[in-house]
Design a protein around this ligand. Structure first.
Ligand code: PEP
Length: 262
């Protein structure tokens, strides 16, 4: 029997989709239907574009499907045109924030900004889903140092008392949206590496508090192996989160795994 130490977490990153509020409502209601009403161990969240958050909060008053934000700005108020703050996100029901997604990094977000975002998220008692991952998997294992540098920079100074609010998502950039996911064995290796860094930055007990997710071309057909062999605590899902049935299947795979593991 597999061992599981954390509550599984499945987060759907809708990115800049769908095109309209009406379509977002429909997708959310379809996801809600696929996830179902049965009590589950697995936590489920979706990260829609900012303009849809408040309407989706209305559709999920019990927060059975939690709301996540795709990004945040670390300042709380003021002259920051185009930015969105944590108090704003909290006021529309957001409970977790994706930080340092590779598409934000590609748009110029620096390690220092990610650090500031993480600090602000912890101060406001939300959960930070910190994305780390290499651009390419080279022959010499340099991807480990890429992930290590990103992770150490983002989580330095996180108070030990807040570690339950820290989630790390290993998202190799080459696997995002390509249909080419990391092998379950490589995912497991990276998960253990991430835990080693977490233990080094904090202490060994931190491993029990910090969840490690995998993201990169997760589909219903590869989810089970990525959980059982990859031993991650859940997924950050892009493309497949826009298909309610596919997303629902991944959620139920995680739930079945949570029930069979101890
Ligand atoms: C993502 O963008 O976080 C992601 C994992 O995308 P996809 O599932 O489409 O690879």
């Amino acid at each position: 029997m597999a061992t599981k130490s954390h509550t599984p977490l499945i987060v759907g990153n809708w990115k800049m989709n769908p095109a309209t509020l009406g379509k977002a409502r429909k997708l959310f209601l379809d996801v809600r239907k696929e996830v179902g009403r049965k009590k589950m161990e697995t936590q489920v969240a979706v990260a829609p574009p900012f303009p849809f958050l408040s309407e989706l909060q209305r559709l999920s008053p019990s927060q059975r499907i939690g709301l996540s934000a795709q990004d945040v700005y670390f300042e709380s108020i003021g002259a920051h045109t185009g930015e969105v703050s944590l108090p704003m996100l909290r006021s529309v029901g957001v409970s977790s924030v994706i930080v340092g997604h590779s598409e934000r990094r590609a748009a110029g977000e620096s390690d220092e900004e990610i650090y500031k975002d993480v600090q602000a998220i912890f101060k406001s008692s939300l959960t930070a889903i910190v994305c780390v991952g290499e651009q390419v998997r080279d022959q010499h294992g340099n991807y480990f140092s890429v992930v290590e540098a990103q992770l150490r920079s983002a989580v330095r100074d996180v108070p030990k008392t807040k570690l339950k609010q820290l989630v790390v998502a290993y998202e190799p950039v080459w696997a995002i949206g390509t249909g080419d996911h990391a092998t379950p064995e490589d995912v497991q290796e990276m998960k253990l590496f991430i835990q080693k860094i977490i233990a080094d930055v904090f202490d060994r007990s931190a491993i029990k508090k910090v969840r490690v997710l995998y993201g990169g071309s997760v589909k219903a057909k590869n989810a089970q192996e990525l959980l059982t062999v990859g031993t991650v605590d859940g997924f950050l899902i892009g493309g497949a989160s826009l298909k309610a049935k596919e997303f629902g299947k991944i959620v139920h795979t995680a739930e079945a795994y949570a029930k069979t593991s101890v």
